[in-house]
Design a binder for this molecule. Sequence first.
Ligand SMILES: Nc1ncnc2c1ncn2[C@@H]1O[C@H](COP(=O)(O)OP(=O)(O)OP(=O)(O)O)[C@@H](O)[C@H]1O
Ligand SMILES: [Mg+2]
Length: 467
Amino acid sequence: MKPTVLVIDDEKTFRIVAEEALSAEGFAVATASNGQAGLAAWQREPCDLVILDRHLPDTDGIAILETMTRESRERGVDTLVVVATAYADVASAVQALKLGAFDYLSKPLQLPEFLVTMRKAIEAKRLRAQVRQLTGRTQAAMGDLVVGASAAMQKVIDMVDKVAEAPDTTVLIQGESGTGKELIADLIARRTVGRKDGPFVEINCASVPENLLESELFGYERGAFTDAKAQKRGLFEEADGGTLLLDEVGEMPMATQAKLLKVLEEMTFRRLGGTRDLSVNVRIVAATNKELADEVERGAFRLDLYHRLDVFHIRVPSLHERPEDILPLATHFLQRFAARMRKPAARFAPETERLLLAYDYPGNVRELRNVIERAVILSTKDVIEADCIVLSGPARAGRSGASLPAPLAFFALELDPAGKPPDLEGLERAYIARLLAFAGGNRTAVARLLGVSYPTIAKKIADYGLG
Ligand SMILES: Nc1ncnc2c1ncn2[C@@H]1O[C@H](COP(=O)(O)OP(=O)(O)OP(=O)(O)O)[C@@H](O)[C@H]1O
Ligand SMILES: [Mg+2]
């Protein structure tokens, strides 16, 4: 597409010369002979570039510049304005730059200089678009900000920071499915001194067929087997200088485990069919949703490899162990999905928050994410109502012993066995105690459920001796 330029100038010769020169340069040119007409044309259809005369018969060029700068920002368009001033009118040139002009030109026009300025402007615009796109992309790639308000997750993040300072130590991350193990591995890779700019390579040991796992990890030489038409580098080599995540390491076949152990011990290996020892500098992070000790017991995992991997252990807690994270995570996902689906910036209705808090999330953070994604799709309003929340299992049951969410269940309070009706304070105390148990001790959640502030609920808990 041709770059578009609008020339706003009352001088006819200027318009003609500029139009000819710019058309020859490949611009699509429009012109206007006064400020109002020019502004109206731009408002109808914003162009890439405006050449704006400082002195116009109807309005001051500076006023037009100000309007364009403001409206560009409001409308999210990127128009560069070049102000043309009389030769030696340095003061207004400086003023124009301060008000957001990209550059200025002095009149009478010097054609070569004029064209250089125009090319520079178009290049600047292209770069700006590119930067915007790239920042969007890195944000998407790194976007996975780790939400961790709870003390339990703060502990995990502290562990990440500790091990980030030990760039060669092997890390074993253990946690139920969907708790965020990959995210934690990624955080380790991004925070480790001396490795954060290196590669982060991951392989899922459960999803690669057994006979391919070794060639994926170690690579092969040409002719190592029938299909090996050319040499292939393995993931250990790809990860050189960085971090290698062995995901679902508990699923690794025994034969591969033996090879891996040897590599970890020596940090040298050979490609399949190779005769040369290769050495690499890689930090290994292994992740598993199994208890590896149990796997060892069962005879499905090598004890020596287990010890070799379990040097620095990070356990990512299940979501039901850290209910304080539910609403922050839900809000994080809500913002992400609402933006992605171009829905209005939304929030949760109080009833929705109650539902979200009352559920147990056997699928952990991944399940919560899916619940919110579905809710954003279903919702037609900017408040996410409870009927958009589709949970696949019963609300918090079994694990905490509380059976909810029927609202009346809250009122099944344990009252004085003598049958004396409780006074208001006694009722309040019992009710708060009930909610505290329901929310797994999470005071923030109780405050939200009751619609009061955190300090209010903290004080009541202290006053009633429930803390
Ligand atoms: N603390 C968190 N903050 C933000 N997003 C999170 C957090 N924890 C998990 N997620 C998101 O939840 C989803 C599941 O996380 P992840 O894939 O890391 O889990 P996992 O433990 O590796 O699961 P599995 O064992 O099934 O492979 C991802 O989309 C991840 O971005
Ligand atoms: Mg995973």
